[in-house]
Design a protein around this ligand. Structure first.
Ligand code: ZN
Length: 336
């Protein structure tokens, strides 16, 4: 015992997304990779000619013809601490992730983005999540910088309103903590690439409000295209689980999939309505949710208790985190 990582604390189910970062299967170190010796990038997955269908709702759906996200691709890796069975998405979603990560690598270099769960090969209920059932939900850890300001392998640490975080590693050992900074430029570029990409249409980016603010400030400061910023503003919201440790991306049904019973919840933005109108389809009403076994909800207190011994710095962080978990943001909604 005593090897509990902070991720244990983050294993908090939520009513809406149920998306959290569960405990890793094994203790893994997070070494600073040597930037001068990057591994050779494997070829991107060839998705030509493949077809998939996302069926019904993200919280009660399934997936036909799901394709696996590659374990490694240019600028991207599937988190080696996660179950590789949980890396299936629609062809469009997987392609969009590959395109966005490749753009970040091409324009800014650094280390690959770490992608957590998508869906199971055939979708349906999946451990640790309530959604992620229809190949259109993706969790991604943030790009992060280490104490030397250089890219560091991402961990499920949470970040405060200044974009600072700590990889506590062994929660009971105060001597092994690693200071982290949110890598705002790379995170923004990844989001920009997803928003501007034509492959899959983002419906929501679930992220903590204070991190949204940092990203927005950066986007404005670097004169990102106004239309991209406007879409980012519309797409982002903080759900009940604050998402200060990862992004959750939700993609819309494609027009083809709507014709095969893929269903989107609200909001459907004007530009998405136009896209569907151009394709000659209309969004279907959300299906009534069927009764089903739901993921166990772990309260913050329970998670804290199950994490075992913690040093005082970890306790202090968890107390601080309460500041933004339920912080009101006037004029800004929480996710529906
Ligand atoms: Zn998620």
């Amino acid at each position: 015992m005593g090897a509990a990582r902070l991720a244990v604390l983050l294993w908090l189910g939520t009513a809406v997304l149920g998306c959290s970062v569960p405990p890793p299967k094994a203790q893994t170190a997070s070494p600073v990779l040597e930037p001068e010796t990057p591994p050779a990038a494997p070829p991107a997955l060839d998705l030509e000619g493949l077809e998939s269908t996302s069926l019904r709702n993200p919280n009660d759906g399934s997936l036909l013809g799901g394709v696996p996200l590659p374990l490694e691709a240019p600028g991207l890796r599937f988190n080696p601490g996660r179950d590789p069975a949980a890396r299936y998405g629609t062809v469009e979603v997987v392609r969009a992730l590959l395109e966005a990560s490749a753009r970040v690598e091409r324009e800014l270099g650094g280390l690959p983005i770490t992608i957590n769960d998508l869906s199971l090969e055939r979708g349906g209920p999946i451990p640790h999540h309530r959604s992620h059932q229809s190949g259109r939900d993706v969790d991604a850890l943030f790009y992060q910088l280490g104490p030397d300001g250089q890219p560091i392998e991402s961990v499920g640490a949470f970040f405060d309103p200044n974009g600072r975080g700590v990889d506590f590693r062994d929660l009971a050992d105060p001597t092994d903590d690693v200071a982290l900074t949110l890598d705002v430029p790379r995170n923004w570029l990844f989001l920009q690439a997803l928003i501007e990409g034509q492959t899959a249409q983002l419906q929501n980016i679930y992220v903590a409000e204070h991190l949204r603010t940092l990203l927005l400030e950066h986007a404005r400061a670097e004169d990102a295209p106004a239309s991209t910023i406007q879409r980012f503003e519309a797409l982002t919201c903080q759900p009940s689980y604050p998402h200060d440790d990862h992004f959750h991306f939700r993609f819309f049904c494609t027009p083809d999939d709507i014709a095969r019973d893929c269903r989107d919840s609200q909001p459907v933005y004007p530009w998405q309505r136009q896209r569907l109108a151009d394709a000659g389809v209309r969004p279907l009403p959300l299906e009534e949710k069927r009764e089903q076994a739901s993921s166990k909800i772990v309260t913050h207190a329970e998670a804290r208790q199950s994490a075992g011994a913690m040093d005082t710095e970890v306790e202090r962080w968890l107390d601080r985190r309460q500041e933004w978990i339920k912080k009101p943001h006037p004029g800004r909604p929480y996710c529906p």
